[in-house]
Design a protein around this ligand. Sequence first.
Ligand code: IPM
Ligand code: MG
Length: 356
Amino acid sequence: MKIAVLAGDGIGPEIVAQAVKVLEALGRDGLKLEVEEAPFGGAGFDAHGDPLPEPTLKLAQAADAVLCGAVGGPKYDALPRPQRPEQGILRIRKELGLFANLRPAVLFPELVGVSSLKPEVVSGLDIMIVRELIGDIYFGEPRGRRANARSEREGFDTMLYSEPEIRRIAEIGFTTAVKRNRKLCSVDKENVLETSRLWREVVSDVGKKYPQVELTHLYVDNAAMQLVRAPKQFDVIVTGNLFGDILSDEASMLTGSIGMLPSASLDAKAKGLYEPVHGSAPDIAGKNLANPLATILSSAMMLRYTFSQEAAARRIEAAVKKVLAQGYRTPDIHEPGTRKVGTVEMGDAVVAALQS
Ligand code: IPM
Ligand code: MG
């Protein structure tokens, strides 16, 4: 199993190092993993003048899976758009055809007090957001700047989905729901947008193949509200790129910290890129303060989805649960009465829990 490791910027290298440590610990128990690193994001720009340097893309293409940290930082904010670290992420998703982004929002019972919502609203929360990742207004053409008839500047983007693009992500939504609690909520803005009208039609049509799944539709504004009002009504949510970007950040907060949330971005053959949902947090970079659990949980998703190593994936997830039960907390999830630890100590604790 060949893994390309793209640590990226900010806290990226620190958190990725902990996930690699965990994978290596599993390696000592017989899992055959080969890890190779390459610069990406701002680090890619520093090394090669490109957030997704050619050798990095080649490595990612040749690997079975990609483990990413995070990209971006103030140092790169003033760069022209093609050189910005975010473009590295968007391009690698597109180049690798990673259309299906799975973002689970699961509340560990130990962290119920860290959530900004009342315990009774969030305890037991287990949602899977299936976000389409390489279409929509993120990639639609035309886009750009122009002057209108009054010589005023205009900026414009194109929201666009083709039927096959909607169909394949809907399939992922339904098959994901079949393996869970068989409820799928499709989120759109069908009352306003043409893109969403087609979206709803196609998702409903795909749904005919899955009579065992209860399909519902919500407008995105209502979905945003329902997520904080009564989040446990959701099982699987399927939505487009832009709405999914926003709703997954919102859902992350239900679980207490965005520092807990892993993600998988998959192509049609389950090759995947795995990364935490959070960003590069430049303010705490290099200080041993970052929470590595989202990245460690991302490596569990890698074992599950790309390598079909369900038992190993569960071992990692059980180890994370165990360190939380033991009271280990990075500052983002720290509460009085628990044990505040740094990034490295948290990684060590997970490795120790794996072995016990
Ligand atoms: C995410 C991020 C990215 C996105 C940015 C960094 C381009 O917010 O993965 O959610 O918008 O997809
Ligand atoms: Mg986002």
